[in-house]
Design a protein around this ligand. Structure first.
Ligand code: FAD
Ligand code: HEM
Length: 394
């Protein structure tokens, strides 16, 4: 808990830190990667740094954490911490690295604030940093402890390669060495590390599709402006990739939704992947839950894994599939998702995955229809700045 000594100092300086955080972060990252270029090899995503989304998410989350603990003494923003801890664990982050981020972040804060930074202010923010770091370290240790092995990454061989939709390749992988595999919970993802063109090892996350117990299966959408999906698309059967254990907290029921709430699964494009995992779990457990699967795509041919999604829907007693397709006459409805066509009840539970504007649009419509924000979960296929802001509002 934040000390009584630090509380007024954080209250007084939070507006300044929050205002300056976007100036502080580039300097922090520059200092850190100059001193520790190895962190870019196998841990940080080069493109997230170039785009600036991840630095903002990391440093911004500390300001979000500070404002949360001021507003809710004795409590932590569990949703934010959980999301970050899962991401960190999927990257094999170890406790020993926390002083590294502390050192370069605080050097950048000192450089930015200049004379404003008194020893008292530095001490109070140091306390906030370590409160958050200790909470993350504890969660990450717990996540590592439940794995079936103690390897952060292990080599897997591609045993099957298939194409689906438009520019999506589905890879099935098996461990290259005898290694115990952790059972994944539907909705979880792995980090896949492979070498970029210049030899730098780069991780990216991919949601796990249903697979045999001794396999991992992922669908990879080619990002024509991206770095690693181009390389992953060139991989052949027999090639090796490094895979993490499964992590991720956007799983069915994890946020307290129950069997008697109708379940709405909204996806667009490659956002189908967690929904297919959920559907396979519902089918495997013989769920009688009312499930409405809503998928949005440009056309039926661009819709990745459409057959697989349809098959799972058919296996679930009370499930139905509704499509919103931009191409004329191809889906149940034309154009973008319009939830007024669906009659969503206020006690529904919803999961969203797809491009950020899609998820923001659907979420706003759901809120307008009376569904509480706490019933709406979403997986973001990139650094999450949106959820951090969302929880801050709570
Ligand atoms: P990156 O190199 O990471 O680039 C991404 C974007 O960054 C580009 O489109 C471009 O706009 C921008 N960018 C890149 N370089 C620069 C630059 N120099 N300057 C400015 N901007 C730049 N993807 C799937 O296909 N299937 C999944 O199941 C899946 N599941 C995911 C689950 C989670 C939890 C997360 C976090 C992500 C998931 N993703 C999934 C997304 C995936 O991890 C990658 O982010 C995505 O595939 C793009 O990777 P990339 O290396 O090709 O692109
Ligand atoms: C990702 C916060 C410490 C490495 C993130 C994200 C946040 C965050 C908010 C984005 C999560 C998302 O994807 O939504 C923090 C906080 C820290 C901390 C508050 C300290 C208190 C560290 C440390 C390291 C680290 C010590 C390693 C040196 C990473 C990496 C990512 C990440 C590699 C993924 C980034 C990417 O995609 O490139 N962190 N982090 N973090 N963090 Fe941390």
């Amino acid at each position: 808990m934040l000390s009584e000594k630090s509380r007024p100092v954080i209250e007084a300086t939070l507006p300044v830190i929050a205002e300056r955080i976007n100036d502080i972060t580039p300097d922090f990252y520059q200092r850190m990667f100059t001193a520790r270029p190895d962190l870019m090899d196998g841990m940080f995503s080069r493109s997230s740094q170039l785009e600036g989304t991840q630095p903002k998410a990391l440093a911004g989350s500390i300001a979000v954490f500070a404002s949360y603990i001021l507003a809710h003494p004795g409590r932590y923003p569990d949703e934010v911490l959980s999301r970050v801890a899962h991401k960190h664990a999927a990257l094999g982050l170890r406790e020993e690295e926390y002083p590294t981020v502390y050192k370069y972040l605080f050097e950048a804060i000192a450089a930015n604030l200049g004379d404003i930074l008194t020893p008292e202010i530095a001490e109070a923010w140091t306390e906030v940093y370590w409160l958050m770091a200790d909470a993350l370290i504890k969660l990450e240790k717990g996540l590592y402890a439940v794995q079936a092995n103690n390897a952060m990454f292990a080599p897997f061989a591609i045993v099957r390669r298939e194409e689906t939709g438009e520019n999506v390749v589905v890879l099935t992988l098996e461990p290259a060495n005898a290694i115990a595999m952790t059972d994944a919970v539907a909705g979880q993802y792995v980090s896949i590390i492979t070498k970029a063109k210049d030899g730098l090892r780069q991780p990216r996350q991919f949601t796990l599709l249903p697979s045999e117990k001794n396999q991992r299966r992922v669908a990879i959408k080619l990002d024509i402006k991206g770095e690693m999906t181009q390389i992953l698309h060139e991989k052949k059967v027999g090639d090796l990739l490094e895979l993490s254990n499964p992590y991720g907290d956007v799983t069915l029921g994890a946020f307290g939704d129950s069997e008697d709430q109708p379940l709405y699964l909204f996806s667009a494009g490659i956002g189908v992947t967690p929904m297919i995992a959920f559907l396979s779990e519902l089918a495997a457990t013989g769920s009688k839950r009312e499930v409405i699967v809503v998928h949005a795509d440009r056309s039926l041919t661009t819709w990745p894994l459409r057959d697989e999604m349809t098959e799972y829907v058919n296996l679930i007693e009370n499930a139905q599939l509704v499509s919103f397709v931009e191409a004329d006459g191809e889906g149940n409805f034309e154009g973008r998702v319009d939830i007024s066509k669906l009659g969503v009840p206020a006690h529904a539970s919803a999961y969203l995955c797809g491009p950020l504007p899609f998820m923001q649009g659907v979420r706003s419509q759901l809120i307008e229809a009376g569904v509480p924000g706490t019933n709406i979960q979403y997986e973001i296929f990139g650094p999450d700045q949106w959820m951090l802001h969302d929880q801050a509002r709570g």
